[in-house]
Design a protein around this ligand. Structure first.
Ligand code: RAM
Length: 360
């Protein structure tokens, strides 16, 4: 659960310098190439000025669920691209595991470093809340992306897609793949993850509709967004539920590990697997017939949108109120919705006929 500095990585990019990724080993939140800005974050902004110029010298930090998750790294590269495109400084720093409190010390360090904005994919909605509230009280803009924190601890939540749609889509996909009847299980990330729990809630809601009366959700297992644990949990599900027809893994780590297990097991082609995966990780399993169809969005666009949201908040162009409009560079604009939610767009589904069109 505790994060050791040795596995920690910070990715830094500095405006105008083509540094795409720097691997650092060091103490919590070490900032090797800090911006020259004095970092004096201004006090909390209460009313938006959409025409305010984007401040310069902003320091924006991205805190993923865990630092070695390829999905989260792609998201953060997109975020760092966005902020460096605005001539600000961005970095990625975070824990080596996705446990509930693993991000707290990183956030605390970023507050001490007087970052202008902290962008975090919360491993637990409540565990990070006190540290984020402290950041807010010190005038630091707080954005959640991918996985939300308690709403009062942040200003906006940049959501990859409408949560209902993500949940319901996955039930539609598994139903199509098992012919509408039989036992299914969910292989999730961690038990506390806000995003997976929200999606699972909508999956259960969807399963309760008459259309899916032939499908029975028999278990929710947790691989903790750890490859090995997800692999073992897949094996355990298949061995303990002999008549299991399908698995839904709403996590890129989980679905890739489950596909790897299935692909070389006697269950390949007999037990369906769908959920949320990156095309790059899933390509071989789609091509070898282990997986028929799954879903996701473009992770780098999620980070890009969150990077723009962070700069806009830190510049006073938005405050997070419903109805405010975020200008997001190549993505156009997004209107802030209920409870400060900003949605990237609808999820995409991938299968053998389309997967080679996507490279992330
Ligand atoms: C994993 C993480 C992340 C989630 C994706 C789909 O990488 O759990 O939070 O959004 O899967």
């Amino acid at each position: 659960m505790t994060n050791t500095g040795s596995t920690r990585r910070a990715v830094l990019t500095t405006a105008g310098i083509a540094v795409s990724a720097v691997l650092l080993a060091g103490c919590a939140g070490t900032t090797k190439h800090s911006a020259s800005s004095d970092g004096a974050a201004s006090g909390p902004v209460t009313s938006a000025n959409p025409n305010a110029p984007t401040k310069q010298g902003l320091k924006i930090s991205f805190v993923p669920k865990e630092i070695d998750n390829p999905y989260e790294n792609t998201v953060d590269r997109g975020g760092i691209d966005a902020v460096t495109g605005l001539r600000e400084t961005g970095k990625e720093v975070g824990p080596s595991d996705a446990s509930a409190s693993s991000q707290v010390s990183y956030i605390t360090t970023l507050v001490q470093q007087r970052q202008d904005a902290i962008v975090v994919a919360a491993n637990d909605p409540n565990a990070v809340a006190p540290a984020l509230k402290d950041a807010r009280a010190k005038g630091i803009a707080v954005v959640t992306y991918d996985s939300d924190a308690a709403p009062e601890a942040r200003q906006v939540f940049v959501n990859q897609a409408d949560s209902q749609e993500v949940g319901r889509t996955q039930i539609r996909l598994i139903s199509e793949q098992i012919g509408g009847t039989g036992k299914i299980a969910i292989l999730s990330a961690t038990p506390n993850a806000t995003n997976q729990n929200t999606w699972i809630g909508f999956m259960k809601d969807e399963l309760a509709t008459p259309r899916y009366k032939g499908i029975e959700l028999v278990r929710v297992a947790y691989g903790d967004d750890d490859d090995q644990k997800s692999f073992q949990q897949t094996q355990a599900l298949l061995q303990s539920i002999p008549d299991l027809k399908g698995i839904v893994a709403p996590t890129t780590v989980g679905i890739a590990a489950a596909a790897r297990y299935l692909s070389s097991s006697p269950y390949k082609g007999r037990v369906a697997l769908t959920g949320l995966g990156t095309p790059d990780q899933m390509r071989q399993f789609v091509k070898d017939g282990t997986v028929v169809r799954f879903a996701l969005w473009d992770p780098s666009q999620l980070g890009y949108l969150a990077g723009y949201a962070a700069c806009a908040l830190a510049s006073g162009q938005i405050t997070g109120k419903q109805g405010e409009v975020l200008k997001a560079g190549k993505l156009g604009t997004r209107t802030i919705g209920n409870h400060g939610e900003i949605i990237l767009g609808p999820p995409t589904t991938f299968d053998a006929s389309t997967i080679d069109n996507y490279h992330f």
